[in-house]
Write a protein of this length. Structure first.
Length: 245
């Protein structure tokens, strides 16, 4: 993987936004993979700034197709912390992308057995993901592929680790409200994207970043799957890079 160390998260946001704008400038019907969580917000803000400047490539974002990485299982429809709502609020609305152009795995219990398979089929029918944004969990997950995820896994239901539920409790009124299950693109699904861009900021991510980029390939550290990808770019600030050789 190519590692890019930047001074601030904002700088990372600008760099990755530029990569996305180049992609969309080349192909206005690009398929983008969106992560949620805190880390990619700097990217979405930089894209919104480009739209405000009237960058024609940012205007063209309205024509992309998008796929979110994951969704909680069992939150009521319209719950503000459901990733469908987060994508609407942080991605579609500020970037002028019609919500029906960005798919999010369907985490409602109704039809959950087939939701993963249907999601993978939708990605394939769209022609696959051109550029996939990724964050990484402190336990090394990408998407919500928690430790123990097969590198060949497809979109499916996973159980969130206690660590991840604690990490994400900040988004909910109480830790108990964090769902126990999620629907996530599999590692195999993610590896099919043509370009992976993984972002991580802060000392809390240093260990996971070092293990993902330089550690052994192991299902115990799902982020290490990025080493299998021919085109993976890791964008980190100095604190998150601290564990790298
Ligand atoms: C979110 C996702 C997760 C997050 C990871 C880091 O769609 O797939 O892998 O990227 O949990 O979360 P933050 O960015 O909030 O530290």
């Amino acid at each position: 993987a190519e590692v890019v160390i930047v001074e601030t998260p904002e700088r990372a946001g600008e760099l990755v936004a530029e990569a996305i704008l180049e992609q969309v400038g080349r192909r206005p019907d690009s398929v983008l993979g969106f992560a949620t969580g805190s880390t990619p917000l700097v990217v979405y803000r930089a894209l919104a700034a480009a739209l405000e400047r009237g960058d024609p490539r940012a205007v063209a974002l309205s024509g992309i197709r998008g796929f979110a990485l994951d969704e909680y299982v069992g939150l009521p429809a319209g719950h503000p912390e459901s990733y469908a709502e987060v994508i609407r609020r942080e991605v579609c609305d500020p970037l002028g992308i019609p919500v029906d152009r960005v798919a999010v795995p369907n985490g409602s219990l109704d039809g959950i057995e087939t939701a993963g398979e249907r999601y993978d089929r939708a990605i394939a029918e769209a022609g696959g993901v051109d550029l996939q944004i990724l964050g990484i969990g402190t336990d090394g997950h990408i998407g919500f592929n928690e430790p123990g995820s097969s590198f060949a896994s497809r979109t499916r239901v996973k159980t969130l680790t206690e660590q991840t539920r604690r990490d994400n409790a900040r988004f909910f009124a109480s830790p108990d409200e964090v769902p126990r299950h999620c629907l996530t693109q599999g590692l195999g699904t993610i590896l099919e994207a043509r370009h992976l861009v993984l972002l991580a900021f802060g000392a809390g991510k240093a260990e996971a970043v070092a293990a993902a980029v330089e550690g052994p390939l192991t299902a115990s550290l799902p982020g290490s799957a990025v080493q299998l990808h021919p085109r993976a770019t890791i964008v980190v600030d100095e604190a998150a890079a601290a564990g790298l050789e």
